[in-house]
Design a protein around this ligand. Sequence first.
Ligand code: CP
Length: 297
Amino acid sequence: MQHLVDTDQLTLKQIETIMEETRRFKTKLPPPLLSDKLLITLFFEASTRTRSSFEVAAKRLGAHVVHLDPTRSSTKKGETLEDTFTNLCAMEPDGVIIRHSENDTPSRLAEMEMVPVINAGAGNYAHPTQALLDLYTLYEWFEGDLEGRKVAIVGDIVNSRVAASDIRLFRRMGIEISLVAPKPFMPPATDLPQFERIEDVLDEVEVIISLRAQLERHKKPIFEDYAEYARHYCITEELLEDRGILIMHPGPVMRNIDISDEILDDPRCMVLDQVKNGVFVRMAVLTLLLLDSVKEE
Ligand code: CP
């Protein structure tokens, strides 16, 4: 049984397969390869993109999807998460897609070995399908030539599961990463190059991944005034000038704090390309995990 808690569970060959299958599915939608499969989605944290993207991906492949709303589930009556999961597994789904605020929830459920568990975002630890869709966006743009590409991750890195997963996956692919953040947003232990000013990396990098300040994970407010933060870290026309740097963001974007209105409408901005790619990447992930024929390739 193969789970996806983070991308380090995938071999390089499987990552290559996901990239190729994503490109194939994007070129031409496949037949309903998962028409006999049933997936359950279980989102304990808010989501716009990931939940709907998984659902669209599953339905494009002919799978059935059941969504359990945890705010109306029996976890509210004191049932443990493990018991909720076990009861869902008794209905014999082919996979459970889970988002949770705790870093280890997907791995704990995966260790029960009842059904493939797909992590749709856990705490500040991992968001593997976001990392794969970010990688695919670069793979497509750079026509598969990823070794040595230079990417800056900018913003609330320490609280971001996207940053954590991107860093682990991108480094395996030979991508060079710089971190740009004010001190409270910088991870305490990292061997990656660190910068406090975006201006110090602008002439080096080909891609900027901007991140939202994860206010829901801050125990107390870190900045009194996010307008002041934006003055230093918002990606604007004045900052980029005519540099051909790709701008990415996992969403949701805080307009004019993370990225300016003008840059969101600029051809260099890949935010909606990322969302589009996410559906095809998740189709590739679902076929890899749920179809024995792909898994055994
Ligand atoms: N990128 C991402 O995880 O977005 P959502 O929180 O809307 O799913």
